[in-house]
Design a protein around this ligand. Structure first.
Ligand code: NA7
Length: 512
């Protein structure tokens, strides 16, 4: 966004809480942290030189490699002079008279700006649940989303890990290799696909680079922003042999392409059950202890309704002597004691506890900033019952405020780099449009916004996504309203809608 606006001759300043660039890839430094979208696709397309120069080394890039990439981008385009690090933004107030925002920074100073763009990320507000007794616990504690920069040595320790989402699935096998004992506290079993990560071959890199522009365009108009193969036929009427063959091929290929095996897996429960059954069968084949296997296969929601995880030796790790799985459904955590964790059935002495407990997703980082718009109205109050946006880009009553991959856009249900670039382009063009016409402000019309919110909800309601207590729905944060936040209509379809809004002179936006 900085690069886009600077190229259009705007004065831009970026404020960043961390002491380096990278966002998610700056904070999530836990062992095993890796992207679940393939590296050649999970990268910027805005510069042909950049995409030709940069050499990804693995099918799925590790956190250190992605962080190196983002630092390279910052240097290559000379972005650092306009990025102010170690500067959290605490509040933003809109003044109707001047049509300017006053942004309050962590050090008490303020800046004014015509436009404020929240590039705050969907998964950047790490969350430690409030367990009784936690403050009295004497061991060490870590959160995967706020990992110490100089690493953590767990060798020889008894380590507890709470949470088995994407982060837990990645960190557990590596901790188990170092720690004396690893106790995994699982509330909801996930579905984990083998990543089948491997070094990228010179031939594969060359083939993609030779065709990069075309492949990027294909991803932009796809369902989820990747080059995944999606078969356009339902599992409901497919012969069992074909179903088995596709799933076996998907399992062997690795990654989450398996959900593209049939076109009704996200909408038809019985079709989804065929995939769930297949995956449970694989887990049972891997995990030797029958109780552990049962706990790992007790999913009570459709595949994909909680984010599918990619792992390397995840299920195999539960065959290790030094790993124990605790089923929190059978024995919930009562509290922390000074020595460890106490469940309703036992006390587990632990020298360190890793919280892989996720984030206040989608809205957490936006609402952490105390934002006041027209007439002093508060965004926190306006969104108390769930986020209200038009296209996930802006909210009525908050002129000249934009969200990159905000709630109500495909965001986390897409290759987020594709979605980020689309929003950056759209916002950049809209701001240029206003400047050209000498317009001081823009904001969604309430009617257009509410129609969009209804459309986002209707689209989700037609799928199986509402059948899980997921962070997509805010269900992981006690008291958070249950509203399905990402837009499920597909990346290409969403792009077309945004382009139509632009072509229709920003239909649904009131400018003045
Ligand atoms: P997730 O996917 O939100 O996973 C968090 C995990 O922590 C999940 O297994 C939760 O169980 C568990 N959790 C959360 N609160 C508790 C409490 N109070 N007690 C026990 N267990 C708890 O976060 P991740 O960091 O793994 O991944 C987030 C995204 O980052 C991921 O989807 C990728 O997009 C990248 P639950 O399922 O809620 O029962």
């Amino acid at each position: 966004m900085l690069y886009r606006l600077r190229n259009a001759d705007f004065t831009v300043r970026v404020f960043e809480a961390g002491d380096g660039v990278g966002g998610t890839w700056y904070w999530n430094r836990y062992p095993g942290a890796r992207c679940d979208v393939e590296s050649m696709e999970y990268s910027y397309s805005f510069s042909e030189e950049l995409q030709q120069e940069w050499e990804w080394t693995e099918r799925y890039a590790t956190q250190p490699e992605i962080l190196r990439y983002l630092n390279h981008v910052a240097d290559r385009f000379d972005l650092r002079p306009d990025i102010q690090l170690q500067t959290p933004v605490v509040c933003a107030d809109y003044d109707e008279g001047s049509a300017l925002w006053t942004v309050g920074l962590g050090d008490g100073s303020t800046v004014t700006a015509r436009f404020v763009i929240m590039a705050t990320g969907c998964l950047s507000q790490a969350r430690v649940p409030s367990f009784p007794g936690l403050e009295a616990y004497r061991g060490r504690t870590y959160h995967t989303g706020d990992w110490p920069a100089d690493g953590v040595d767990v060798s020889g320790l008894r380590v507890g890990i709470i949470g088995t989402g994407s982060s837990g699935v990645q960190v557990i096998p590596l901790v188990a290799q170092e720690a004396a004992a690893t106790v995994v506290f699982q509330r909801t079993p996930n579905f984990t696909m083998p990543a089948r990560n491997a070094p990228l071959t010179v031939e594969k890199i060359a083939a993609i680079k030779a065709d990069y522009a075309k492949l990027r365009e294909q991803a932009r108009w796809s369902g989820n922003g990747t080059l995944r193969v999606n078969y356009d036929e339902p599992a409901a009427t497919a012969p069992p042999e074909l179903i088995q063959q596709r799933y076996e091929a998907g399992w062997a290929f690795g990654g989450n392409d398996i959900v593209g095996s049939f076109n009704d897996l996200t909408t038809e429960q019985m079709s989804n059950d065929t995939l769930a059954g297949f995956l449970r069968g694989k887990i049972r084949q891997i995990v030797r202890d029958s109780q552990t296997s049962q706990t790992l296969t007790a999913q009570d929601y459709p595949v994909g309704a909680k984010r599918m995880c990619l792992g390397t030796d995840y299920y195999e790790t539960f065959n290790r002597e030094n790993v124990r799985l605790v089923d929190l459904r059978g024995e919930p955590i009562k509290d922390f004691t000074p020595q460890g964790i106490r469940t309703s059935a036992a006390e587990y002495p632990l020298e360190a506890v890793i919280f892989a407990t996720g984030f206040d997703a989608m809205t957490g980082a936006i609402l952490r900033v105390d934002i006041h718009g027209r007439g002093g109205r508060s965004l926190r109050d306006d969104w108390a019952g769930g986020p209200h946006t038009y296209l996930g880009l802006a909210s009525a009553g908050f002129p000249n405020l934009f969200f990159i991959t905000g709630p109500g856009s495909p965001s986390v249900l897409s290759n987020v780099v594709v979605s980020i670039e689309q929003h950056v382009e759209w916002i950049g063009e809209h701001i240029e449009y206003l400047r050209k016409r000498d317009l001081a402000s823009t904001e969604p019309e309430v009617e257009a916004q509410e129609q969009w919110v209804a459309h986002v909800n209707d689209t989700a309601a037609r799928t199986l996504m509402m059948k899980a207590a997921s962070w997509y729905l805010g269900a992981n944060v006690p008291g958070k309203p249950r509203v399905f936040m990402p837009y499920l209509g597909g990346v290409g379809n969403y792009r077309r809608i945004c382009d139509e809004v632009t072509a229709a002179d920003y239909r649904g936006f009131a400018t003045g």
